[in-house]
Structures are given as C-alpha cells and as structure tokens.
Design a protein around this ligand. Sequence first.
Ligand SMILES: *[C@@H]1O[C@H](CO)[C@@H](O)[C@H](O)[C@H]1NC(C)=O
Ligand SMILES: *[C@@H]1O[C@H](CO)[C@@H](O)[C@H](O)[C@H]1NC(C)=O
Length: 352
Amino acid sequence: MDYQKWSLGFISLVFLLITSSSAELLIKQVTEGRGIEYNNSYSLKTNLGLTRVLREERPSSKIVTITSFSVIKGRSEAFESSTFEAAGYKWRFMLFVNGNQNDPDGGHENMALYVGIKETESFPRGWEVNVDLKLFVHNEKLHKYLTVSDGTVKRYEAAKTYWGFGNLIPRTTLLDPNEGYILHDTLSFGAEISIVNPAEKQEKITFISNPPDNVFTWKILRFSTLENKFYYSDEFLVGDRYWRLGFNPKGYQGERPRALSIFLYAQGYKANAVITNTWGSVNLQLKNQRSSNHIQLYSEAWCAIRSGYGIEGNSIILLEDLQNSSKGYLVNDAIIFEAELVKVSVTNIVSA
Ligand SMILES: *[C@@H]1O[C@H](CO)[C@@H](O)[C@H](O)[C@H]1NC(C)=O
Ligand SMILES: *[C@@H]1O[C@H](CO)[C@@H](O)[C@H](O)[C@H]1NC(C)=O
C-alpha cells in the first residue's frame, strides 16, 4: 500500500473510532481542519492544518484534572494551572472552558487551551523559545487522549508568551455525556512540550563523476587452474569506499549458461567516512589482449552499507568465446578485468 492510501486508511480508522461515539461536530471539525477528500486526488496542500487524533499514551509534560467540572463549566474567566517545568522551561496552562472570544479561532462554541511560558525575566533580550506543542483532552470513556496539534513551530518570545488552540474541542462534543470527555463530572487535559532546536548540521550526499584513481585493473594468471569458486581482487579505494572485483571462473548460476560474470563489490569505508549507502556507476571490462575490442558492461547500484554488496556485470563473455584463443581474451592463460567507477557518491556532514 502506498503512503497516501495508508494515511487515508489510518485517518479513516480514526474516523471510525470517533464515529462510533457519534461525535458529529467533532468529525465535522476534523474534516474541515484537514480538508480530507475521500478520493485519489488527496492533496497535501489542502490538507494542512489542525490535526486531531486519539492516542493511548498520557501526555509527557503535564496533566491537569479538574473535578466538579459542573461548578466551573459556565465560567468565562480563565483557569490558570500551577507553574510546571518541561523541556527546561517553566510553563502554565490557561483554560477557557467557555471559549476565548479574543481568539479568532476560538469563540463561545469551543473550549480553548493555551500554554504560557513563565519566569522569563532572566532571559536575554530578544529571547526566543521554539516549541512543538501538542495539547490533550482526556476521553475517559475511550481511555484515550484527544491529541491536538498543528505541526507548526510555536515561537515564544517577549511579545508572544502564550500559544495554544482556541478551537481545542467543540463544546457540544466536550459536554455531550455520551462522548466521554466529561465523565464523573471530571475534565482532564494535558500538554506535550518539546523544544525545537534547528539542526546545525546536515548530512549531504554528493555524486562525483570520474573521481580520482577510479580505474582498477585486475589480471588473473593461470586461469585454467582455477576452481569452481569465487575469486576476489585486492581492495581499492574510490571515493569514501573500498571496492573489489570478484568472479567465478567456471561461471555463475542464474546467468546465461556457460558464461562468465564479473561483480564489483562495495566493501568497507575509509577512516572517518560518514557511513551511508554509496552510489556506484561502473564500466566493467574484460580486456582484449590483442586488440581494442574489449567487452564492456555498464552497471550501477545504490550499494548497501553492509560489506560485500555486489554490482553485477552479468555474462560478460561466454566461456566458449573466452576459451577460443583467436578471440584474444584469454592469452597466455591470463585474463584481465578492468573496473572504471564513473560515478560514486560520498557523504559529508556540513552545516545546515
Ligand atoms: C476529488 O477531489 C478533487 C479535489 O478536491 C476534486 O476536484 C475532484 O472532483 C474529486 N473527484 C472525485 C471523483 O470525487
Ligand atoms: C573461434 O573464433 C573464431 C572467430 O570468431 C571462429 O571463427 C571460430 O569458429 C572459433 N572457434 C571455435 C572452436 O569455436
């Protein structure tokens, strides 16, 4: 299944869960927020926005539970929690059970929840704290947390010390006893706060055409005495990686019958290399020792990290042609392979 279908499937599943508790308004909200299309032209661009999912794990930063919710449910003034510490800073919830009229996303029909940053007096001038913020409302009936986020980074600074969601949850959904958000007259909500420190470094994969020392020649002597097994060349370094050639003089299963194949193997890495996959584009040659009529195969692969990943030059010559001395490939019982790595990738850690 491709990712798109998978994610639609997943969202449908979440829908199913929500639908089963008949949260029509919430569904409408979710649908509007994500702009979900039940067809194949699901567009990433039109699906940006608030995300609501139900999850089992408790929020990591803070949970607050208000008992006797009915006492405060009609109030328009904010509830402020204690100051709590998370991700190295001090924070405080501000909850408007009856909506925040000052928030354009809020209004009376939604419960609004915000997290403010506290004790910033000692911060340097021009301070900024970038936060990935998720807010939660516990659904006791489902034993899950409604998890609300919008994926953007919240930049706390002197001019903006509160971030949150004016439309955390529709009040009709929250207050509907069948939904399970208010059970036993109790409301529980929470937050997960993580600091977003922009990466300073990045891994950069660069492709080099015709890198230095990219031609390796391997002469095999006493060919007629070789056994039915793989023989390997010395290793040679091109780019960040050691390579070697290998072949079975009696041919190799799975190819044209009675033909010789040559393999280029990606081996270990040079000291201090950044270890990733390595691209290898290679011209594999069986040299004609009497003329320039060399046989050349081109092959390429994204070579795995593990040592011994082979790029195959399949059936470079039929054994009968090799044995035919007038052809010039087997001369004085010797053959010559050549590998020219025409393109390799190297990986470096550079500033982002
Ligand atoms: C699928 O969604 C796109 C984008 O909203 C819309 O233009 C199109 O008509 C829809 N197609 C079908 C078959 O519903
Ligand atoms: C060897 O190769 C030559 C030239 O391609 C060909 O004429 C000849 O028949 C071959 N000999 C055998 C024994 O296959």
